[in-house]
Ligand binder design. Structure first.
Ligand code: HEC
Length: 498
């Protein structure tokens, strides 16, 4: 009898526990289902994002905690679709309820088998973000919680230089050496926008011996070396979509990995993965979207320079400019685009600098609009910007030099007249500082925006005043006589009217 009773109890107890509702279910139904759907399918014909198939729900539970604590705003990619709305912070929930609902959604839709988020972890998240007053953006969250990679003791060496082929890094002196704590090959923390090289050195642990397959895409060139042997050479300038393969027979245990990379200009990306002959792919780099899904141009990558940081340079197709343009963004929210084919400052704008996502994840197709506002065209648009003795100048771009903060001085020639131009932000606008050197006397003319009115010599494009030092204004052109063998200067001071 006793045994029967005991058996009965066991029989009863098992289904009772299995059927017990997860405490987070009620929280979900009451507070989340209105926007994310009772079955996690999203709401409003795809207006609100789903829980089902969401990489956020499958991902780091600390990130979900941050979303519940502070909300989420702006573009976010969920299950292959972009949403651009706002989720309010879930202030009505206690910490325990937040923990419960996170565990619930991760088991219901995130593939987890049991509770993994604890009240202690929640308290850490509260502490970590106690100063935060604004909702998160997806980009901020992704960079605040990067995935932990496979590398141990990963060092990252940064080099400066302009190469079209990999240099011999062993002969160069690194600008900096740092530990990459996230254990992944990543360009995330590299501030430079071109003309640099990086070497990563670290080790990974393999739990099986055997034949390993590697796939590498990089923009620009790169080289993978394992235990001192080159496995893939992917040198030269190219986009990340071109994949090179390699194989290596490796023993079980620790493997020394060295990865060399350089970036010339334009896009920058690395995608490196490997697998055992009997296993699935694993990533050594974290910018892997380029290979997985080239079209996902979802989350903007805001390149706006930090208030106290370096000047940014962005070489790519920019909407409203000639194809060969360089955009320069200053800390403080002033940016300009310089046309290298016409030697002209074509566009200026305020606010944010550039959104690099389009050019980052796929090979620079299409023109990206500047990310900011108050866009103003300075030159005569399609017309030649510079005239030499009355005829359109032959422009030859020679490159640029960077000063300490990364502000470029452009070098170009106009029918042989050597020009240097530097743009410097000022209190209410910016100055263009030009200098000229010539072997013969010529008349240089700069064609202004047609909106420039010589009779009231101030407005340019409606929202800029222009003051000119040492030059005549004739119609909508500036006339600058250049003498022989003597350096001539010209300063144009622009100030915003609004
Ligand atoms: C008022 C509507 C609303 C409520 C209530 C709401 N959310 Fe959201 N949630 C959103 C929106 C909108 C987004 C996308 C925000 C964006 O576009 O940046 C989002 C995004 C998310 C994301 C990341 C994207 C995804 O779909 O995986 C998670 C995770 C999430 N919410 C969980 C929750 C949980 C858990 C609750 C309940 C405690 C909740 N939300 C309550 C509207 C809501």
């Amino acid at each position: 009898m006793q045994t029967i009773l005991r058996r009965l109890c066991i029989l009863l107890a098992v289904p009772l526990v299995a059927n017990a509702e997860h405490p987070g279910k009620q929280v979900y139904t009451q507070l989340c289902a209105a926007c994310h759907g009772a079955n996690g399918e999203g709401v409003g014909n795809g207006a609100f994002p789903p829980m089902k198939n969401s990489e956020w729900v499958k991902g780091d539970n600390k990130k979900i905690a941050q979303i519940l604590l502070h909300g989420l705003k702006g573009p976010v990619s969920v299950a292959g679709k972009t949403y651009d709305l706002q989720m309010p912070a879930q202030g009505a929930l206690s910490s325990q309820q937040k923990v419960d609902v996170i565990n619930y959604i991760q088991q219901q839709w995130g593939g987890k088998k049991k509770d993994t988020f604890t009240i202690k972890m929640m308290e850490e998240e509260i502490k970590r973000s106690s100063k935060r007053k604004k909702p998160w953006t997806a980009v901020e969250l992704e960079s605040a919680f990067p995935k932990q990679g496979l590398f141990k003791n990963l060092l990252i060496y940064e080099y400066k230089g302009s190469w079209r082929k990999l240099p011999d890094f062993t002969k160069l002196k690194a600008e900096s050496v740092e530990e990459e704590h996230h254990g992944s090959i990543s360009l995330r923390n590299i501030q430079r926008n071109g003309y640099f090289g990086v070497v990563w050195e670290g080790s990974i642990e393999l739990d099986k011996a055997g034949k390993y397959f590697f796939e590498l895409g990089s923009d620009d060139g790169s080289r993978l070396i394992i235990n001192g042997k080159e496995v893939i050479n992917h040198d030269g300038t190219h986009g990340v979509g071109i994949i090179k393969k390699g194989t290596a027979n490796l023993d079980k245990g620790e493997q020394q990995i060295r990865f060399e990379y350089f970036e010339y200009t334009g896009d920058r990306a690395i995608s490196l993965r490997f697998k055992h002959e009997s296993g699935g792919w694993q990533w050594l780099s974290d910018e892997n979207k380029a290979v997985v899904n080239k079209k996902k141009a979802a989350i903007p990558i805001d390149l706006t320079p930090k208030a106290d940081g370096q000047v940014y340079i962005y070489n790519n197709f920019i909407e409203g400019m000639n194809a060969r343009a360089v955009a320069v963004g200053f800390p403080g929210g002033f940016s300009y685009g310089f046309g290298t084919s016409n030697g002209e400052l074509e566009l200026v704008w305020k606010g944010k600098f550039m959104n690099a996502r389009r050019h980052w994840t796929s090979r620079g197709k299409g023109f990206e609009r500047p990310f900011g506002d108050t866009l103003t065209t300075l030159s005569g648009e399609k017309k030649a910007a510079w005239l030499v003795n009355g005829a359109p100048a032959k422009v030859r771009f020679k490159g640029y030099d960077l000063d300490k903060v990364g502000n470029p001085t452009f070098r170009y020639t106009l029918n042989g007249v050597e020009v240097r131009e530097k743009v410097v932000p000022t209190e209410g606008g910016f100055d263009r500082e030009l200098s000229f050197q010539s072997k013969r006397a010529v008349n240089l003319e700069l064609v202004l925006n047609p909106a420039y009115d010589a009779a009231t010599p101030n407005t340019v494009g409606g929202n800029l005043n222009l003051e000119v030092e040492g030059t005549k204004v004739k119609g909508a052109t500036l006339v600058k006589p250049i003498n022989v063998s003597k350096s001539e200067n010209l300063k144009l001071s622009y100030t915003w009217t609004k």
